[in-house]
Design a protein around this ligand. Structure first.
Ligand SMILES: [Zn+2]
Length: 158
Protein backbone atom coordinates (compact mmCIF):
# COMPACT_ATOMS: atom_id res chain seq x y z
CA UNK A 1 0.00 0.00 0.00
CA UNK A 2 1.55 3.27 -1.12
CA UNK A 3 0.95 6.27 1.08
CA UNK A 4 -0.72 9.26 -0.60
CA UNK A 5 0.96 11.81 1.68
CA UNK A 6 4.23 12.20 -0.23
CA UNK A 7 2.78 13.05 -3.69
CA UNK A 8 0.26 15.45 -2.12
CA UNK A 9 3.09 17.25 -0.37
CA UNK A 10 5.08 17.45 -3.60
CA UNK A 11 2.01 18.94 -5.30
CA UNK A 12 1.83 21.62 -2.61
CA UNK A 13 5.48 22.47 -3.09
CA UNK A 14 5.00 22.79 -6.83
CA UNK A 15 1.92 24.99 -6.30
CA UNK A 16 3.89 27.22 -3.91
CA UNK A 17 6.60 27.57 -6.56
CA UNK A 18 4.02 28.54 -9.20
CA UNK A 19 2.60 31.20 -6.85
CA UNK A 20 6.14 32.56 -6.40
CA UNK A 21 6.48 32.81 -10.18
CA UNK A 22 3.09 34.58 -10.42
CA UNK A 23 4.32 37.14 -7.89
CA UNK A 24 6.91 38.22 -10.46
CA UNK A 25 4.27 38.94 -13.13
CA UNK A 26 3.17 42.57 -13.07
CA UNK A 27 0.15 44.31 -14.54
CA UNK A 28 1.29 45.92 -17.83
CA UNK A 29 -0.78 49.04 -17.08
CA UNK A 30 0.30 49.40 -13.45
CA UNK A 31 3.81 47.92 -13.30
CA UNK A 32 4.09 48.28 -9.50
CA UNK A 33 1.30 45.74 -8.98
CA UNK A 34 1.68 42.01 -9.48
CA UNK A 35 -1.22 39.88 -10.65
CA UNK A 36 -1.26 38.41 -7.12
CA UNK A 37 -1.62 41.92 -5.60
CA UNK A 38 -4.51 42.60 -7.95
CA UNK A 39 -6.20 39.30 -7.16
CA UNK A 40 -6.20 38.37 -10.87
CA UNK A 41 -4.42 35.06 -10.20
CA UNK A 42 -7.09 32.81 -8.66
CA UNK A 43 -5.84 29.26 -8.62
CA UNK A 44 -2.92 27.07 -9.61
CA UNK A 45 -2.83 23.31 -10.04
CA UNK A 46 -0.84 20.61 -11.77
CA UNK A 47 -2.28 18.24 -14.35
CA UNK A 48 0.47 15.66 -14.75
CA UNK A 49 3.53 17.78 -15.59
CA UNK A 50 1.42 20.64 -16.90
CA UNK A 51 0.89 23.77 -14.80
CA UNK A 52 -2.61 25.23 -14.96
CA UNK A 53 -3.15 28.80 -13.82
CA UNK A 54 -6.63 30.32 -13.49
CA UNK A 55 -7.00 34.06 -13.85
CA UNK A 56 -9.99 36.39 -13.67
CA UNK A 57 -9.87 39.60 -15.73
CA UNK A 58 -10.26 42.86 -13.80
CA UNK A 59 -12.34 44.32 -16.56
CA UNK A 60 -14.22 42.47 -19.28
CA UNK A 61 -12.37 42.92 -22.53
CA UNK A 62 -9.43 44.61 -20.86
CA UNK A 63 -6.77 44.38 -23.59
CA UNK A 64 -4.06 43.93 -20.95
CA UNK A 65 -5.29 40.38 -20.28
CA UNK A 66 -3.63 39.00 -23.44
CA UNK A 67 -0.33 40.55 -22.35
CA UNK A 68 -0.80 39.17 -18.83
CA UNK A 69 -1.46 35.65 -20.18
CA UNK A 70 1.66 35.78 -22.36
CA UNK A 71 3.71 37.13 -19.44
CA UNK A 72 2.52 34.30 -17.15
CA UNK A 73 3.50 31.66 -19.73
CA UNK A 74 6.90 33.29 -20.28
CA UNK A 75 7.57 33.55 -16.52
CA UNK A 76 6.55 29.90 -15.95
CA UNK A 77 8.75 28.75 -18.84
CA UNK A 78 11.69 30.73 -17.39
CA UNK A 79 11.22 28.79 -14.14
CA UNK A 80 11.14 25.36 -15.77
CA UNK A 81 7.38 24.97 -16.30
CA UNK A 82 7.62 24.34 -20.03
CA UNK A 83 4.10 23.05 -20.26
CA UNK A 84 1.60 25.53 -18.91
CA UNK A 85 -1.94 26.66 -19.59
CA UNK A 86 -3.66 29.86 -18.52
CA UNK A 87 -7.40 29.53 -18.04
CA UNK A 88 -9.71 32.51 -17.84
CA UNK A 89 -12.39 32.23 -15.18
CA UNK A 90 -15.08 34.88 -15.45
CA UNK A 91 -17.34 33.63 -12.69
CA UNK A 92 -17.33 34.79 -9.97
CA UNK A 93 -16.46 38.17 -11.46
CA UNK A 94 -13.42 40.04 -10.20
CA UNK A 95 -14.11 42.72 -7.65
CA UNK A 96 -11.79 45.32 -6.21
CA UNK A 97 -12.18 43.49 -2.85
CA UNK A 98 -9.77 40.87 -4.18
CA UNK A 99 -6.98 43.41 -4.30
CA UNK A 100 -4.54 42.87 -1.42
CA UNK A 101 -3.91 45.54 1.23
CA UNK A 102 -0.34 45.61 -0.03
CA UNK A 103 -1.64 46.16 -3.56
CA UNK A 104 -3.82 49.12 -2.47
CA UNK A 105 -0.85 50.75 -0.73
CA UNK A 106 1.42 50.24 -3.76
CA UNK A 107 -1.27 51.69 -6.02
CA UNK A 108 -1.48 54.83 -3.86
CA UNK A 109 2.34 55.16 -3.77
CA UNK A 110 2.28 54.95 -7.56
CA UNK A 111 -0.06 57.98 -7.70
CA UNK A 112 -3.33 56.21 -8.47
CA UNK A 113 -6.05 56.35 -5.85
CA UNK A 114 -7.11 52.82 -4.86
CA UNK A 115 -10.68 51.60 -5.43
CA UNK A 116 -13.33 52.68 -2.98
CA UNK A 117 -13.24 56.22 -1.68
CA UNK A 118 -11.79 58.67 -4.21
CA UNK A 119 -8.94 60.45 -2.51
CA UNK A 120 -6.14 62.60 -3.96
CA UNK A 121 -2.91 60.52 -3.94
CA UNK A 122 -0.88 63.78 -3.76
CA UNK A 123 -2.40 65.48 -0.71
CA UNK A 124 -4.97 63.00 0.61
CA UNK A 125 -7.93 65.35 0.12
CA UNK A 126 -11.31 63.75 -0.56
CA UNK A 127 -12.50 66.95 -2.30
CA UNK A 128 -12.29 65.69 -5.86
CA UNK A 129 -14.13 65.99 -9.14
CA UNK A 130 -14.44 63.48 -11.96
CA UNK A 131 -13.09 64.90 -15.22
CA UNK A 132 -13.61 61.83 -17.36
CA UNK A 133 -14.97 58.32 -16.82
CA UNK A 134 -12.16 57.11 -19.06
CA UNK A 135 -8.63 57.86 -17.94
CA UNK A 136 -5.42 56.59 -19.54
CA UNK A 137 -7.05 53.15 -19.82
CA UNK A 138 -10.60 51.79 -19.61
CA UNK A 139 -9.91 50.51 -16.07
CA UNK A 140 -9.23 54.00 -14.74
CA UNK A 141 -11.16 57.27 -14.51
CA UNK A 142 -9.57 60.72 -14.56
CA UNK A 143 -10.17 62.86 -11.49
CA UNK A 144 -8.89 66.22 -10.28
CA UNK A 145 -8.23 67.23 -6.71
CA UNK A 146 -10.12 70.41 -5.78
CA UNK A 147 -7.69 71.15 -2.93
CA UNK A 148 -4.36 70.96 -4.80
CA UNK A 149 -5.74 71.02 -8.39
CA UNK A 150 -3.66 67.95 -9.35
CA UNK A 151 -5.28 65.56 -11.82
CA UNK A 152 -4.97 61.83 -11.01
CA UNK A 153 -6.12 58.42 -12.18
CA UNK A 154 -8.59 56.49 -10.05
CA UNK A 155 -8.81 52.72 -10.32
CA UNK A 156 -12.47 52.04 -11.06
CA UNK A 157 -14.61 50.09 -8.68
CA UNK A 158 -16.19 47.21 -10.54
ZN1 LIG B 1 -4.70 67.00 -3.77
Amino acid sequence: MVTETAPAQAQNEVSAKIWQVLETVVDPEIPVLTIVDLGIARDVRMDGDRAIVSITPTYTGCPAMDTIKADILTALCDHGFNSAVVETVVSPAWTTDWMSADGRRKLEDYGISPPGEVRCPQCGSSETECLSEFGSTACKALYRCITCREPFDHFKCI
